[in-house]
Write a protein that binds this ligand. Structure first.
Ligand code: ADP
Length: 190
């Protein structure tokens, strides 16, 4: 089973690349951002709880996120593997994922980070804000907050998985299909 973490800052292209990877490798794509947005749109209790954090560019508390992630994995017992996109974003989320996979006799196969410079991220996100309908893409202060949270709280996850040689970086600037090829090389070597 492949358990791939697609990692990187907001705007690094995880969502775009994940949909290409799903087609090629036949994995289930789990995006915590998409799951939260689904709940926001449908005004579920989970959405209500998450809204205030997401709109400010903060992370939703770990307990909420971990529970949602586990439920999604449990709902899909028969898949060939997973692409985790936007999860884990904190060390406790990483520990929870490891433990959870271990209970199933599984582990994280690889963490692939899409590496993109800050200036490029800011301009991609502001640009996406024109059409995405996402409140967190409209305001440069909120975007800056997301980039800061990434550096302070999320980037340490890269080093957490580097300890057992599970983390790699892939250059995330260039034509989409070139970046896709770089990702495929990493997945093919699992
Ligand atoms: P981005 O485009 O910033 O990478 P996502 O679409 O993955 O964002 O997520 C949007 C928002 O949902 C995040 O800014 C955060 O508030 C919340 N979120 C998503 N995944 C997580 C997570 N693993 N832990 C906590 N909050 C999360």
């Amino acid at each position: 089973m492949i358990n791939l973490i697609l990692f990187g800052p907001p705007g690094s292209g995880k969502g775009t690349q994940a949909s290409n990877l799903v087609e090629k490798y036949n994995l289930l794509h789990i995006s915590t951002g998409d799951l939260f947005r689904f709940n926001l749109k449908n005004n579920t209790p989970l959405g209500e709880e998450a809204r205030s954090y997401i709109d400010k560019g903060e992370l939703v508390p770990d307990a909420v996120t971990i529970k949602m992630l586990k439920a999604k994995v449990e709902e899909n017992p028969d898949v060939k593997g997973f692409i985790f996109d936007g999860y884990p974003r904190t060390i406790p989320q990483s520990e929870a994922l490891n433990e959870f996979l271990q209970e199933k006799g599984e582990k994280v196969s690889k963490l692939v980070m899409l590496d993109v410079p800050d200036e490029e991220l800011m301009s991609r996100l502001l640009n996406r804000g024109k059409t995405s309908g996402r409140a967190d893409d409209l305001d440069s202060d909120i975007i800056q907050n997301r980039l800061n949270v990434y550096k302070e709280t999320t980037f340490p996850v890269f080093n957490f998985y580097l300890k057992d040689n599970t983390s790699v970086k892939v250059w995330g600037v260039g034509p989409l299909d070139t970046i896709f090829q770089r990702l495929c090389l990493e997945i093919d070597s699992i």
